[in-house]
Design a protein around this ligand. Structure first.
Ligand SMILES: [Zn+2]
Length: 270
């Protein structure tokens, strides 16, 4: 009996020490001073995919009262790249990581949102160049971060024609995106950026056929986040991004649940 008591006390001490040393994050999460934003569109029959990609197909299989109680279950099929999703580096870089190989510590990081909506002004042919970003003088003090560019495009998400800027006669897409110059700037001057996101269908502008922004960022090891839902005002600084893609083995990307966790009082600069 005495031995059992001693063993129990040791375990209790270990728990107490763990609580004292390692539970600060849990304390912060539960103290009520944070706002949680969902930056993912829902997956349903309106989810936007490229024209040649299998769209989200949802099949209701079972929803019934059984002898032992309620049971419900469904099935779905979909391409990797549609709705709010992640592009793994392998998507555009043969030596790049698959989506299941991206380390967890690169998926939970300080999030910087760059709101250039007023410059875009709903122009579907706007291309973000370096001079638009000259006011961004700091880079999260060199610490790893993810950066999401807000073009103000989420408000069109419910209208596929408008969101993609589909010109059916010309066979073109027209929505804003990043320039090659900005991709090079991020990967050379801002090496602490590990993921880049947009609230449009693609990192490259809709008119692109060669996808230089994908190629430059992914060959530098960055992941992409596309169709990010930014239809509400999320603080540009001070939030933590939690980017959780579906853990598809050897996936080139996958559906993404993206959250921003922000303090209620946020800084206005880096
Ligand atoms: Zn993609």
């Amino acid at each position: 009996m005495r031995l059992k008591i001693i063993v129990f006390m040791c375990v209790a001490n270990v728990w107490a020490n763990v609580g004292a040393d390692n539970c600060k994050l849990n304390d912060i999460i539960s103290n009520g001073d944070l706002v949680f934003y969902d930056l993912s569109h829902k997956f349903d029959d309106k989810t936007i995919y490229w024209p040649y990609v299998k769209p989200f197909a949802f099949t209701k299989k079972t929803a019934e009262n059984r002898e032992d109680g309620w049971y419900a279950s469904n099935e779905f099929e979909a391409g990797e790249h549609g709705g709010t999703h992640m592009d793994a580096p392998f998507h555009f870089y043969k030596e790049g990581k698959f989506v299941d190989e991206i380390p967890m510590e690169k998926l939970i990081l300080p999030l910087i949102i760059v709101d250039i909506g007023s410059r875009v002004n709903d122009d579907p042919n706007f291309v973000l160049n370096k001079h638009h970003l000259d006011y961004l003088l700091n880079d999260n003090n060199g610490k790893p971060c993810m950066i999401i560019f807000k073009f103000g495009w989420s408000k069109f998400y419910g209208d596929k024609q408008k969101y993609l800027g589909m010109n059916e006669t010309a066979g073109t897409l027209n929505f804003p995106g990043l320039s090659q110059e900005v991709a090079e700037w991020i990967t050379t001057s801002y090496k602490n950026v590990v993921g880049v996101g947009v609230d449009t269908p693609s990192l490259d502008p809709g008119s692109s056929t060669t996808f230089p922004v994908h190629r430059i960022t992914m060959s530098a090891g960055l992941y992409g986040m596309e169709n990010v839902k930014l239809d509400t005002t999320v603080p540009e600084y001070g939030c933590t991004g939690v980017a959780m893609p579906m853990n598809i083995a050897k996936g080139t990307g996958g559906p993404l649940r993206l959250a921003a966790i922000c303090p209620k009082t946020v800084p206005t600069t880096f």
